[in-house]
Design a protein around this ligand. Structure first.
Ligand code: ZN
Ligand code: ZN
Length: 358
């Protein structure tokens, strides 16, 4: 935590500011260790202050790193931040524009009697690079979710609905020790697998279906993320085999290419080129991946528009997909840590095409 605070202070100074304020739970968890949902943080060159209301005082005492001064506030966290900035004589206080509501900003500025300075990525750029303890937590979350996958795959039978399967994942996450799902579980059968972020519904499983599962859990404050696609009951059709093999080849090419020093755009292009050359460019409409950590989607975005450079310790997903409307889709997603000369896969679930229920 001290290293994070030191690094943050360097970035505040580089941004030409003299303070950071945050009311965003993911940022506050990263900076202080607090896992609750409502808090406020104020950091200057000299001060590190943590504010919460009565509901969280005991929890904050147990969780917040002792480099922060904890204070219970009765009348509004935003106003307290504003007064804190004014009291400390801050002239240029920064905030992350992606992580503050308009109302929070207005309330802070009213009490500060000054305007805040938007500083994009001030904390999120730090959060990109995970330390070994963070990597261990992400791997533990991924491994818990993989255990759930392995067990549930053996229970699939005709008639099970997408909704029931998604609920089973989330039940198992909690009973096995996770806080819960890291996002709403995606379980899609048959032609509905062409919806990249489709919502599980009442569609019942039947032989010949594609089964697309995208899921993750949150454990010790960190998320996991994993997608696998299967066939159910019978040998899949030729079109499915073709896009499965192509998606897997694209994913393996990207896994083989990922290393520190390359840009996210370059990594995205490795998979995208293969898929486009095979004539499915229009069927891969999302980015190759995204950062994962305290949040399920965090920096960096691994897309054709991102010039962000991968650094050792960056945790990203690599998840190409091919989606044919009305027919079905395939996505294969692993979670990796970028290293100097490659990447370390935190995922072990098999990617060999499996026909479930046989
Ligand atoms: Zn996913
Ligand atoms: Zn993902």
């Amino acid at each position: 935590m001290k290293a994070r605070l030191d690094a943050l202070r360097g970035r505040i100074e580089n941004a030409g500011c003299d303070a950071l304020v945050s009311m965003a739970p993911p940022i506050n968890q990263y900076l202080t260790g607090f896992s609750g949902s409502t808090s406020a943080v104020l950091v200057t060159a000299r001060e590190a202050r943590f504010f919460c209301d009565f509901r969280y005082t005991e929890q904050a005492g147990a969780e917040v790193w002792d480099g922060y001064h904890i204070e219970e506030v009765a009348d509004g966290l935003a106003a307290r931040l504003g007064r804190g900035l004014a009291d400390a004589g801050c002239r240029s206080a920064a905030f992350e524009p992606d992580s503050m509501t308009v109302r929070e900003r207005q309330d802070i500025e009213a009490a500060y009697s000054n305007t805040l300075t938007p500083a994009p990525a001030l904390v999120s750029a730090l959060r990109c690079v995970k330390d070994p303890a963070e990597c261990d937590k992400i791997r533990a979350a991924q491994s818990l979710a993989e255990g759930v996958l392995a067990d549930l795959l053996d229970t699939l039978e005709e008639g099970l609905t997408e909704r029931e399967l998604a609920a089973a994942f989330e039940y198992e996450f909690k009973t096995r020790g996770a806080t819960g799902a890291s996002f709403d579980t995606i379980a899609l059968f048959g032609a509905r697998s062409s919806l990249p972020h489709g919502q599980p519904g009442d569609r019942a499983l039947k032989p010949g279906d594609v089964v697309l599962l995208d899921f993750g859990c949150r454990l010790a404050g960190y998320c996991s993320d994993l997608t696998r696609t299967y066939a159910f009951g019978t040998m899949p059709a030729a079109w499915f085999n073709e896009i499965y093999d192509l998606t897997l080849a694209a994913q393996q090419a990207a896994l083989g290419a990922a290393r520190a020093g390359m840009t996210c755009r370059e990594l995205d292009a490795v998979a995208r080129r293969l898929i486009a050359e095979a004539g499915h460019g229009d069927h891969f409409g999302h980015g190759l991946g995204h950062g994962v950590g305290i949040e399920i989607h965090e920096a960096p975005r691994v897309s054709s528009r991102s010039e962000a450079v991968l650094e050792p310790g960056t945790v990203i997903t690599i998840e190409p997909g091919i989606y044919i409307p009305g027919q079905g889709g395939v996505r294969i997603e692993d979670l990796v840590v970028v290293t100097e000369d490659g990447c370390r896969n935190l995922t072990t679930a098999s990617k060999e095409l499996r026909i479930l229920g046989l």
